[in-house]
Design a protein around this ligand. Sequence first.
Ligand code: DAH
Length: 360
Amino acid sequence: MFEKTEALKKLFTEKVAKATATSDIEQLRIEFLGKKGSVQALMQELRNVPNEGKKEAGQKINEAKQYIENAITEKIAELKKFEEQKLIEATESYDESMPVSVDYGSYHPITLVRREVEQIFLSMGFSVEDYSEITDDYNCFEALNIPKHHPARDMQDTYYLSSNQLLKTHTSAAQNTILRKYKSNLENGNPIRAIFPGRCFRNEKIDACHENTFFQMEGIMVDENISISNLIYFMKTMLSEVFQKDITVRLRPGFFPFVEPGFELDIQCLICGGDGCPSCKDSGWLELCPCGMIHPNVLTAAGIDPEKYTGFAFGLGMTRLAMMRYGVKDIRVFNSGNLKSLSQFTEKSFTNPSNESKEA
Ligand code: DAH
């Protein structure tokens, strides 16, 4: 039996060395370890071995079986690594030593849309502000009239960091800082006008419509006598520029603790023009941007007198806007890091909604 098990191990070793794909290994597993395989055949032969040699012969067969099983596990791991490497080479091949050429790079679609919206607001006298991605409970919630244990916190499943910090769940987290930064404008008779784009984070289950990392752009304007009409004017002007056509908007009531009244701003569906189609779920409208008149408590928290000054705020979903602008159906494209998809977007490749409806 010793010679037989050794011969089997030798045969297996030769065959496994020649295997080049995980599918070959499966064949070998059947051939050697299967119900009708070589190891099983040796087991049958055990019957013919005299009693005194049975134990030792049985051990030899088990040893050979173990040897084959281990070799299979090792070879599969080796081949998987090799196959993955081949896949990577087939999908992404690049040469690090190549000289950099400007022709090879492309802007991320969200950067393109952000820059465009920034230009529009800059031309209307707004400043563009930067704000960190890490903030604290006060800025993200308390200063926005969302006290501890307020149910509105449940809507924003937050990533908390150590030392009382957190990843900002919305760009509204910068409101208090920006209002404080510019409140001297008001004393000098000038309005506060600022937009602050940024990356936000929430613990979301990721699918085609949800991401845990997304972009928003917050905007605020504060002065004496600012009203809802100012809000509608600025939003309508900005959106008409972005979509390069006259946009019809409507406001619906919406609740956000940091605005009163609060609204959901909808735009008339760009694809069907309001008649109803699958894109707008037959309603004729697309929900685009929550907004409202800044709550007196938010102004007070920033040291601004709400009796004298009023203002509006909005939180534009940049990721959503980029999806609409470019006709992207799956939000996961944006954070995929897949250069094949992401390099397709250029300033000129915006979706023309009327063309899309014709193709559909
Ligand atoms: N920060 C809110 C969110 O992400 C969106 C929002 C609603 C921003 C109303 C605003 C606003 O400025 O007025 O859910």
